[in-house]
Design a protein around this ligand. Sequence first.
Ligand code: CA
Length: 527
Amino acid sequence: MKNSFLLTAITGCGLLPCGCSQPATDATPQRPNILFILSDDHSRAAISAYGGINAELAPTPNIDAIAQNGALFNNMICTNSISGPSRACMITGKYSTTNGFYQNEGGIVFDESQPTTPKILQANGYTTALFGKWHLFTTPSGFDYFMIHDNPGQQGTYWNPLFNTNGVKAVKKGYATNITADAALEWLDSQRDPNKPFCLMLHFKAPHRPWEPDTKYLDLFKDVEFPYPETFNDDYAGRELTLGQNMATIENHISRGDVKMPVPPEFDKEHAKKWLWYGGSGDNQYWTPDPLMSKEEVKKWKFQIYLKNYLRCIRSVDDNVGRVIGYLKQHGLYDNTLIIYMGDQGFFLGEHGLYDKRWMYEESLQMPCLVSYPAGIKAGTVIDKLGANIDIAPTLLDYAGIPIPEDIQGVSLRPLLEGKNVDDTWRKSVYYQYFEYPKWHRVQPHYGVRTDRYKLIHFYYNIDVWEFYDLEKDPNELKNEINNPQYRDVIATLKQELKRLQVQYDDDLPLEKRRELTDRYMIDYEE
Ligand code: CA
């Protein structure tokens, strides 16, 4: 066990709750309801509570209000920055190599036999429900009610999505973000057991690719030119073998489908950059040739279309967050509901010239995390300490008054949320791991350690490259200082810390074994 405060939170045997503690009685007043809202690929740069260059032009007032009334995490680390694995970390409280679901591709599925937060809450008197994206390639367990995207890959579609509702599959007409919130509201209103506290997991498919907005928002931001990130034209100097090999660039990889371009009969790839999209909406979107467009102009033009559609999708998420929280307020449920809003990882919005995630770099590593609980969290709380996605499971159990299983690797965030002084006991570093290769985008498997100031990464699959960043001096991670003698002692200490974390999390694998984890589910592909 890592932190002494956690020991004090554990009573009884601390393993699976059944049999070792008395389940709380239904509707025990002090047990909070839980509303856990998760969006897919929502970057902190697209949440105005986090500031940033898009904040003024694309505000998210309903999401922001969660932090205004509660807490904002400034360092919530995703321990494996990809959808399914991060979701598995959140519901198990364990690293990917411990819970077994360490990559999306290749046929791997989540092991549903292991304990998860919804299962434990359900077994301890909570009524539980899940709406939206699941993405663990299983039928969810631990839920009294679920409605999940169920197209192949469980990725979901924006329009007329196929849902699996408690085992019954049917297409629902309309826009996924609205449908998902509608179903959650219906469950809150008429389907849940009102005699039990609830845990509602509301998992929006948005704003994941292909970034299709609701029709009412097609013209939003029409006349806006969003600012370009400082690192938009990163030349990847000093990172040629890592970031320089990434395929997910705005310039080369935002495709025809992403910019919603109908294919004119004369279209071919070589002429793509000569086509200019100019406004309109829905079926009226079209391109027209612009032979004068430079390579730089094409990159900027792709970025604007990508970012606008992404932010339009988020507008619908924000609207629906407002609807659901509004329902809680109208029905006297708000004050006793722990509300958490998170993205399943970070996401690049043009920083380093990229979209997508996966990397241990900040935009991808940092998850948005906003939490409110009027009965127990002071409004305006800002938390800089290092949190992690594996902390979500123990946090929910802690608030629910349920013993935290001893084999959970995360720690409850409750002391931070309650403003307790945990300086002496809180973690000083977070361990990161990523395995999936070459799908998608040829991101080299890597692991690393992040402290409040430094980051050390080892890319090991078919290269052997170390990177080191001083985030205080170089927050944009443009200078790999691994060979700078000034940092020799710091790097040596970080390597020791990395080893310590690998031992702690039972991930101290020789490189051969680590590469096998990628090989086991490797699929060749061409970009
Ligand atoms: Ca995701």
